[in-house]
Structure formats: structure tokens, C-alpha cells
Design a protein around this ligand. Structure first.
Ligand code: FAD
Length: 471
């Protein structure tokens, strides 16, 4: 069987060598044609269609160690799949040995210490499901099928970011298999340089096998959901959004979305497909406080739909899942913003009006709060001046529509990027965004990351990521 070397060459792997790998594993070794191969190799974004030579469906840390040892011995290209949600398809690579961690999804909650230990293949929903049994939560993202590890290693934000910072600010430790196939702990006490780099530097330093998150009391009942209006109301709705977001307590997170209305049951049939503007809100304090905090949204104008209500926090965490299914073609452009200016709102509306597909969206996420209180050098993620995330999210179904939808996203970005902090979210970068955008995402922390890379992975074993060259 032929595979790819980490330097791009071709390697022949005789059957006896493959058999020796099989003997070291508890999980299955699968290859093209085997049952489960296509499920493992496919990722969320259908624009990515790559074929690893070998896939190991790891069942534990020992399997991960065996795979790293094997990849190093054979000089193989290695890729690591968590939730497979990275839009650039970083989880998969042609000819590589793929470590598919999707069967490692255990979560253990220590409710006294308020810590959750999650295996690296968990999806966000796995963690919320277990922590909410105790009325606890950590900072995770908006779509429950996203993988925890890719999200955390790149920063991570969601409804609780305003209160507790980036997801990665709430990591107390990680278990990591290094390039020399050792299992080590990364925390503020053990290997603090590695810990610093992992919190923003992606999968550059090893294979993370487990993450410990700090938990906080949240819910189980909160106030959250959406109110939507026709897009013709957008000038007033965006004005309302700006005003409310500026005054909002940290318990309240507000998101504005413009898009063609999806065929959701809470929107009347005659609105489906027509342009709407919506405010998505989460108040993570008491439901009574929450209802007061969102009253001005619910009473505003004449909405076409309103599902901003008391509901379980875990339900809110998956409310938008249906809008982001696996298997569409996706292309995003994104920036961090320091504030929302009226001129930005004008351009935001103008480009929303030019959306080319029923699935595309243009979104402003509010994240300002706790993350701004830490120094840029606190961890590799940086971007401590970001208060909003702009995401221009193109999504469509047919390859024939690629050019038109990508052009829409690029045009919108070219006009809106002037409002940026200069930084961007590394986890939202698409496959055609390279070194310059990575540098903008990591800022001044880039040099220290390169040093840490040379200490922990001088031969660049871990390269199918937003790669940092060893310094
Ligand atoms: C629909 C959708 C919604 C999203 N919403 C949010 C959101 O609300 N908030 C937010 O912050 N982000 C969000 N994201 C972005 C998300 O953070 C990234 O896509 C992230 O990469 C997903 O992690 P994953 O494990 O699913 O990724 P994968 O595609 O599996 O992996 C991404 C990268 O991480 C590396 N990696 C994965 N697991 C490991 C591991 N165990 N050890 C070392 N490296 C590893 C991979 O090698 C790869 O380089 C969203 C993405 C999508 C597609």
C-alpha cells in the first residue's frame, strides 16, 4: 500500500509493516474500501474531499501513542480528526495516517471541584450533556456537533465567553502525546510552556487526548433563543442591537444574523426563503433577570417569529444545529471587531442583500467582556482587544455554484475588513487563507509559539494544522 511521507514523498508500506501496526492497536485500522472509511475521512465541509491512506479509530491513549510511534518510524504524514468541523479540512490529508478520535467521547464531572475531564473526541454536546446534569457548564460554541479539541486549541467562543473568556481560558490542564510518543500533562504547574502554546496554537505540539475544563453554575434553565424581523427592518434592528450590546451585562450575549429565512417551524411558511434579520440572545443568569434583560428585544417592532424564551441551557446549545449540517459546501471570511459602527452596519446590510444561497449568513457575535481583561501574552490565543466576531458564512450545495458564493463572501469581506481589530479567528480560516492570515490571527505570540514548537516538535511531525515552523 502506498502512503505519503511527511515531506510529501511517496512511501510503500509492505503488508508485514501494516500487520505490525495492527498488533499494537486496540482500535480498528481501516483503509480505502473498508466499512467506515468514508465516514472517517469525510469532514463537515463538503468542499474538502481527501483520502488518507490509513485510518486508525483510536480507542484510547495507548492507540494514540502507537500511531505516533508508527508515523515517526515510517516518516508518515499524520493527521488528527476530532469533530471534523474545521472549515479548511485540517483533520484530513491525502495519503496520511489519520488518527480518528471520534470514538473517544467520555466525559467525567467532578462536581465538588467543578472540573470536567473530557476525552479529545468529544463533541460540544457531549460535554454540555454531562455537565448540565449538575447545573454546570464551561465556555463552548454555538453548534453542538463541533469537536471540543479543535475548538479549544484555536481559542473557542460561545454564549458564555463574555463571562469567562475564550474556551481556552477555562482549560485547567490537558493530556498530550508528544512527537516522541510520550504522554505528558500540560498545565500551569507541569510543562507550562506547552500549556501556553496549546491554548491558541492549535494541534502543533502533540495529540491532545483529554482536556480538563473549569465549570461554572449555569442553568439548567436560562432565557435564550431568537427573534426575527423582515430584512426591511434591519436599519432599526441593528441600531437596537448596537445599543443593547453596548449596555448588556456580561450574562447577556447578543448575536445578529442576516440571511434568507430557513424553513424552520417557528417561522411562518410565507417567510421561508425571504431575507430576515434576527437577534439571537442568551442570558445565562436567572430566568427572571433574563426575561427583564431581553424584554426590549421581544417588544421591538413586528417580528415574524419569536422563540426567545425560558428553556434548558443544553437545548439552546443545539438550537442552531439544523442550520449547519455536515455535507454542504462552505466558505467563510471572518474578522474580529473592536466595536460596531454605523458605517459597518450599512455595509453589513448591503452585503446581506447580495447573499447568493438560501443557506448563507452574515453574523455579528458579541464576545467582549472577560477575555479583554487578560494580557495578550496570557496564552497563545491573544486577540484580547476583540469585542465582536464578524463572520461572512457562505454555504451552498452544488459545486457549480462555488465561484458565485465564494465571490460573495470575498466581496463582503473586502469591504468589511476595514473595521477589523487586525486580528481574526484562526479556527474560521478557510483553505485558501495562508501564512499572512495565520500571522494576523496569532499576532505577537507567533515568535514564542515557534520557540515552543522547536522544543516539542522540532521535526514538525504535527503539520496538518495551522502550521508553525519550528523557530
Ligand atoms: C458549523 C460550525 C460552527 C462553529 N461554531 C463555533 C463556535 O461557536 N465557536 C468557536 O469557537 N468555533 C466554532 N467553529 C469553529 C471550530 O472551532 C473549528 O471548526 C474547530 O476546528 C473544530 O474542531 P474539531 O475538533 O471539530 O475540528 P477538526 O476538523 O477535527 O480538527 C481541527 C484541527 O484541530 C486539530 N485537532 C483536532 N483534534 C486534535 C487533537 N486531539 N490533538 C491535536 N490536534 C487536534 C486537527 O488536527 C486540525 O488541525 C464552528 C465551526 C463550524 C463548522
Amino acid at each position: 500500500m502506498k502512503a505519503k511521507s511527511k515531506d510529501g514523498g511517496e512511501i510503500e508500506l509492505p503488508q508485514a509493516v501494516l500487520d505490525s501496526l495492527k498488533l499494537r492497536l486496540k482500535g480498528a485500522l481501516i483503509m480505502p474500501g473498508d466499512a467506515g472509511y468514508d465516514e472517517s475521512r469525510s469532514v463537515w465541509n463538503a468542499m474538502i474531499d481527501r483520502r488518507p491512506a490509513l485510518v486508525v479509530r483510536c480507542l484510547g491513549v495507548a492507540d494514540v501513542i502507537a500511531c505516533v510511534q508508527f508515523a515517526v518510524e515510517q516518516q508518515l504524514l499524520l493527521c488528527i480528526k476530532g469533530g471534523g468541523h474545521n472549515i479548511a479540512g485540517l483533520a484530513t490529508a491525502d495519503g496520511a495516517l489519520m488518527l480518528d478520535l471520534s470514538l473517544m467521547r467520555g466525559v467525567w464531572v467532578d462536581k465538588q471541584r467543578k472540573i470536567a475531564h473530557a476525552q479529545a473526541g468529544c463533541l460540544l454536546g457531549d460535554v454540555d450533556r454531562e455537565t448540565q446534569l449538575h447545573g454546570l457548564a464551561t465556555v463552548l460554541g454555538f453548534i453542538s456537533a463541533t469537536g471540543i479539541t479543535g475548538l479549544t486549541l484555536g481559542g473557542g467562543f460561545g454564549y458564555l465567553t463574555r463571562r469567562w473568556g475564550w474556551t481556552t481560558d477555562n482549560v485547567v490542564g490537558m493530556d498530550v502525546v508528544t512527537a516522541d510518543a510520550r504522554l505528558v500533562r500540560a498545565s500551569s504547574d507541569e510543562n507550562p510552556d506547552l500549556f501556553w502554546g496549546l491554548r491558541g496554537g492549535g494541534g502543533n505540539f502533540g495529540v491532545v487526548t483529554g482536556i480538563d475544563y473549569q465549570l461554572y453554575p449555569v442553568g439548567p434553565e436560562i432565557v435564550g433563543g431568537l427573534v426575527a424581523w423582515p430584512a426591511s427592518d434591519a436599519p432599526e434592528v441593528l441600531k437596537l442591537y448596537r445599543t443593547l450590546a453596548e449596555q448588556a451585562p456580561r450574562e447577556l450575549t447578543l448575536v445578529t444574523i442576516m440571511r434568507p429565512a430557513p424553513p424552520a417551524p417557528w417561522l411562518p411558511k410565507d417567510v421561508h426563503g425571504k431575507p430576515i434579520v434576527a437577534i439571537l440572545a442568551c442570558h445565562s443568569g436567572t430566568p427572571e433577570e433574563g426575561e427583564k434583560a431581553v424584554a426590549a428585544i421581544k417588544s421591538f417592532g413586528t417580528p415574524v417569529g419569536d422563540v426567545l424564551v425560558r428553556r434548558p441551557y443544553a437545548q439552546l446549545q443545539s438550537l442552531l444545529d439544523g442550520t449547519q449540517p455536515k455535507g454542504r459546501r462552505d466558505y467563510w471570511k471572518s474578522e474580529y471587531l473592536p466595536r460596531i459602527e454605523p458605517e459597518l452596519c450599512e455595509k453589513f446590510m448591503a452585503h446581506a442583500a447580495k447573499i447568493r444561497s438560501p443557506h448563507s449568513v452574515i453574523v455579528l457575535f458579541q464576545i467582549g467582556g472577560a477575555l479583554n481583561g487578560l494580557k495578550n501574552e496570557h496564552s497563545a490565543v491573544g486577540n484580547r482587544d476583540a469585542r465582536y466576531v464578524l463572520n461572512i458564512g457562505g454555504a451552498w450545495e452544488q459545486a457549480a455554484d462555488d465561484a458565485a458564493n465564494m465571490a460573495w463572501a470575498r466581496d463582503a469581506w473586502n469591504e468589511l475588513r476595514v473595521f477589523s481589530t487586525g486580528g481574526n479567528y484562526i479556527n474560521f480560516l478557510t483553505q485558501d487563507e495562508g501564512a499572512e492570515r495565520i500571522k494576523a490571527a496569532l499576532g505577537n505570540n507567533m515568535a514564542r509559539l515557534a520557540e515552543i514548537k522547536s522544543r516539542w516538535d522540532s521535526k514538525n511531525v504535527f503539520r496538518t494544522n495551522r502550521n508553525i515552523a519550528p523557530g
